[in-house]
Design a protein. Structure first.
Length: 324
């Protein structure tokens, strides 16, 4: 399946860019880009894809997408036929924006932590969603320093909130380790580096951190809320999902990369993804019907290997680009 890259309108002088789109539908492919993206969908429902997560979404869906994490929203066709107004506000900013010296200070710690977690995609709910919705709508009418302060307040509010859930699996994103405990950090990184090894045992990891098998198992579950066995299984299935979506490798090749036999792979995949590996890949391919040579989107989406060029003339989109 092709995962397209989006050429965003973010300029070199921009802190962020805001796209305020009204009644334009979702005429774009599954794609990614190096920028962070915060997307708010109002007045629509349908299906949302983030990494290996495919979920139904409802009105007021707010998700933070990390760099190079592929994603797409689809609208409900029946709802669109009812001429219900849909508004999508998308905020994009560079992946290294919060890497500068000032943003490494203590007040920005939670924002940086949240951005690290966004490698799996984060959905916000409750009061966090309500406050962010208000801030994003305000941002469409602001510019200059007022917009920058509003942006930082928005990011801080989301970072302070516990009303969030991660979308893509750990195996899909293989998120870098950011925990403070050096033992769990060392163990976690070792598992990430070796989870495709069929002979990987709890004793291998326990030995890395100088603990007995039983002590490590208790310590690991307390730290991750998962047993070592379940954590390893989740990594392997998530990795298989990534390969099924992003590569043309055969299902048997993918299965043997993650499991010791295909029967075991198919059984466990169906148990945790509620479909076979073949059905999973097929469902993503069915969504890959985008013709990049005749696209009508506001931004440009290109398959890997293609250079940016003037290949289309966008239709009259009811959208505003806000460069503060």
């Amino acid at each position: 399946m092709k995962v397209y890259r989006e050429i965003t309108p973010l300029g070199l002088e921009d802190v962020f860019v805001l796209i305020d789109s009204i009644d334009n539908g979702f005429d774009y492919p599954i794609h990614n880009h190096p920028e962070y993206e915060l997307t708010l969908v109002m007045g629509s429902s349908g299906r949302r894809i983030v990494g290996d997560s495919t979920e139904k979404y409802q009105d007021n869906d707010l998700v933070l997408i990390g760099p190079f994490l592929h994603h797409k929203w689809d609208g409900d066709e029946a709802l669109q036929a009812q001429d219900v107004h849909c508004r999508v506000i998308t905020l994009q900013f560079e992946m290294n924006l919060f890497d500068s010296k000032i943003f490494r200070k203590k007040p920005f710690f939670k924002i940086r932590k949240m951005l690290e977690s966004s490698s799996r995609g984060i959905q916000f709910s409750g009061q966090a969603l309500s406050r962010a919705r208000e801030k994003l709508i305000q941002l469409t009418e602001l510019n200059g320093m007022a917009s920058i302060l509003n942006f930082l307040d928005l990011m801080n509010g989301l970072a302070e909130s516990g009303e969030r859930s991660l979308l893509a699996s750990e195996g899909f994103s293989k998120q870098p380790v950011t925990v403070k405990n050096e033992r769990i950090k060392s163990a976690y990184q070792y598992i990430l580096d070796n989870f495709t090894r069929q002979d990987l045992k709890v004793g291998d990891v326990a030995g890395r951190v100088n603990m007995s098998d039983s002590a490590f198992s208790h310590f690991f579950k307390k730290s991750t809320n998962k047993s070592f066995k379940q954590f390893l299984l989740d990594l392997r299935i998530g990795h298989a999902c990534k390969l099924l979506i992003e590569t043309d490798q055969s299902i048997s090749e993918i299965g043997y990369q993650c499991f010791n036999n295909l029967t075991n792979f198919n059984r466990l995949f169906k148990k945790y993804r509620h479909c076979t590996p073949f059905e999973y890949r097929k469902s993503y391919k069915e969504k890959d019907s985008f013709d990049w040579t005749t696209q009508k989107t506001l931004n440009q989406f290109l398959p890997d290997g293609e250079e940016v060029r003037d290949i289309f003339k966008p239709k009259a989109y009811a959208a505003r680009l806000v460069h503060p």
